[in-house]
Design a protein around this ligand. Sequence first.
Ligand code: NDP
Length: 331
Amino acid sequence: MEHETKVHYDEDADLSIIKDKTIAIIGYGNQGRAHALNMRDSGLNIIIGNIKDEYWERAEKDGFKVYTIDKAAEMADILFILLPDEIQPEVYENHIQRELQKNKVLCFAAGFSIHFGFISPPKFVDVVMEAPRMIGHGVRDTYVRGTGYPTLIGIYQDASGKAKDIVLAIAKASGGTKGGAFMSSFEEEAVLDIFSEQGCFAGMYELFAAHFETAVESGYNPLIVVLELWKSGEFVEEVKAWVEEGFFKQMSGHSPTSQYGSMTRGPLYVTEEIRKTFRKVLNDIQTGVFAREWMMEQKMGKPVFNQLKRRALTHPINKAEEDLDRLIRKK
Ligand code: NDP
């Protein structure tokens, strides 16, 4: 399948379309704080909507005017929803929906709530997405450094006919068009974001744990196994080299023994069964099976989540890491 990749940079975006608007950052957390600071530094009129807690105080300390979510939603022309995805539907229904009027804009940093149908905005508002491929701290740090970050932008509803210019302006003010704003969609972002979390990243945690268990069952020192795997920091350097040199290209930096072993043994782990699992996991994401399961899990007070978290935090890996921490000299 051929794909056209369209990327927008600073010169493709114009802040003037939103410079006289009131922009409410709803949720002053990881992404909320970073976006609020960046957009204010870009000269925009930012207010914060948050529940009354330490995030509210932090926003005030940062010099913002902070309001309840209802009030901020009423005052704003553009509402940037930066709440955790699983919280968004409830907050939208009880605090935002009734404040929406023609010409208002709803902006999200992820496709989840809209694509999986947990939020259905009225037809008369623009619904756009600016989804950084970067954690909150990185969104702020790269803005301050002047390099920006790569981001995915999308348009779900274009009631005003200006949704693309608006989302490009939001991306520019946040630092996204410096790193490159990739034209995407709510569906592409929602599916691929979750698929990376549940595909190779999820499998990797289990593979590391199985590797640890195999070596320890064979009589090896758990501390040395953990040191070999990630505690030395060598793995971090390897992942950095994926980014800087290339996923396969960086292999030349490893010994020929390592390269040969990895290229001959690696494929043994990816059996047809595993490819089937990848397809099943992807299918459950695409059809909304996972999204509905997760929302139900929240409603029931996260019993499975809490049980699995307990299992992870009592795995023998934790003890090996703690013992190792006492022995490694920190610079
Ligand atoms: P956070 O977990 O940092 O939370 C954001 C805010 O939501 C906080 O101010 C938090 O306040 C508030 N909040 C939590 N629960 C409630 C509630 N019940 N009612 C009202 N407010 C609440 O979120 P993130 O910044 O991580 O995520 C925001 C969005 O950005 C999501 O759509 C996410 O998918 C997206 N995104 C996140 C990335 C990341 O790296 N984190 C990367 C790219 C996109 P408090 O905790 O005090 O209740």
